[in-house]
Design a protein around this ligand. Structure first.
Ligand SMILES: *Cc1c(COP(=O)(O)O)cnc(C)c1O
Length: 396
């Protein structure tokens, strides 16, 4: 390695010295509200398991049966010999659920976002991206030759200014892209206003609904449903790795021409293996549950409301909203240390939550991000609040 090992070690040491080293916790059980790690049992409040489908018995059965019926792996990209009828069935079901003409599966939503910009936009075109968009959108934009513009998080005045700028730059196609729900705040994008602006300027709108599909909106169809713009968004991307079973896979759901062109040109579709048969079947079952039953959504909403209510009563500062992502704020200079000490103390009490500080969130806006699930019972939610209170007393 000609000295490279030493250089890498120095880089790792610097990450450690900055207090930014990430340590994996080893879980010894299936994903659920109650898990065990090598450090002991814990109530889990940091998974994206919003609807509690990651270990739902019907999802597990569907995946297990698919192993017998469809086998283990595809050993092919989709267009050579990697498409079973169930892959197309799932794509149709996703499109139907989120309200588009068709959809196309990718190995992950990271790949879906890696694919879309390069296919849709050339150097003649422009993309306008919310500054807090997911890393995969940032990378996907980098992979395209489009001119890049960025607007302040959910800031419509700035979005308008950037739309003007794309006009001055003479851009042919303009695509506005935003997360439907922002993962560090739980805030929804103002999609109605964004669609109004897009219409005014003749731009397209793309929404990454990874933290919304399945549970946001009356029927769980996503942030575009919640904002009343289901028929006005041009491109939806999303993941099968969160609320919809949490297995793996992502998708682009869009107009037929977009999906058809992605099938010809999208590099992660053309050059990466098809989603495994059992994952397709389990995801289909998860989607059916999300589509056909309001019950998991009702329980999730009740849990989020109860948590917000009890935490507010206990004197904690929360970011407002209705999303099951609930940021518990620890503002100020000392906030980062406090948040991380409280999260550590809570784990000691068997409640697993994660503290986030700079550079993941802005300086002075440290937080513990709590994620509610339909798999939590009311007692679980109360136990989480109790652990917050006890940890605060302990840490001072
Ligand atoms: C989680 C997430 C992704 C990545 O999804 P994967 O399927 O795990 O690759 C992409 N975008 C957003 C907004 C996400 O939250």
């Amino acid at each position: 390695m000609y000295g490279v090992k030493e250089q890498l070690r120095a880089e790792l040491d610097q990450i450690e010295a900055d207090g930014l080293t990430k340590h994996e916790r080893l879980i010894t059980t299936p994903q659920s509200s109650h898990i065990a790690t090598t450090a002991g049992e814990a109530l889990n409040f940091c998974a994206n398991n919003y609807l509690g489908l990651a270990n739902h018995p019907d999802v597990v059965v569907a995946a297990r049966e698919a192993l017998d019926e469809w086998g283990f792996g595809m050993a092919s990209v989709r267009f050579i010999c990697g498409t079973q009828t169930q892959h197309r069935d799932l794509e149709k079901a996703i499109a139907d659920f989120v309200g588009t003409e068709d959809s196309i599966l990718f190995p992950s939503c990271f790949d879906a976002n890696g694919a879309i910009f390069e296919v849709l936009l050339t150097a003649e075109d422009a993309v306008i991206s919310d500054e807090l968009n997911h890393a995969s959108i940032i990378d996907g934009v980098r992979l395209s030759k489009a001119q890049r513009f960025r607007y302040k998080n959910r800031d419509l005045a700035d979005l308008r200014a950037q739309l003007e700028a794309t006009k001055e730059a003479g851009a042919r196609r303009v695509l506005i892209v935003t997360d439907g729900a922002f993962s560090m705040d739980g805030y929804l994008a103002p999609l109605e206003e964004i669609c109004d602006l897009a219409e005014e300027f003749g731009a397209m709108v793309m929404v990454d609904d990874s933290h919304a599909t399945g549970f946001i909106g009356q029927g769980g169809r996503g942030s575009h449903e919640a904002c009343g713009v289901m028929d006005r968004v041009d491109v939806m991307t999303g993941t099968l790795g969160k609320a919809l079973g949490g297995g793996s896979g992502g998708y682009v759901a869009a107009h037929q021409e977009v999906v058809d062109l992605l099938k010809q040109r999208a590099r992660p579709y053309l050059f990466s293996n098809a989603v495994a048969p059992s994952v397709v079947a389990g995801s289909m079952k998860a989607l059916e549950i999300a589509r056909d039953s309001d019950e998991p959504r009702r329980v999730l909403r009740r849990n989020a409301e109860l948590f917000r209510e009890l935490m507010t009563e206990a004197g904690f500062e929360l970011l407002p909203g209705e999303h099951p992502i609930v940021p518990v704020m620890f503002p100020g200079e000392d906030g980062a240390r406090k948040a991380s000490q409280i999260a550590d103390a809570m784990l000691g009490k068997g409640v697993y939550v994660i503290a986030f500080s700079y550079p993941v969130v802005p300086k002075g806006k440290a937080r513990i991000r709590v994620q509610l699930s339909a798999a939590h019972s009311e007692d679980d939610v109360r136990a989480c609040v109790d652990a917050f209170v006890a940890a605060r007393d302990e840490v001072g």
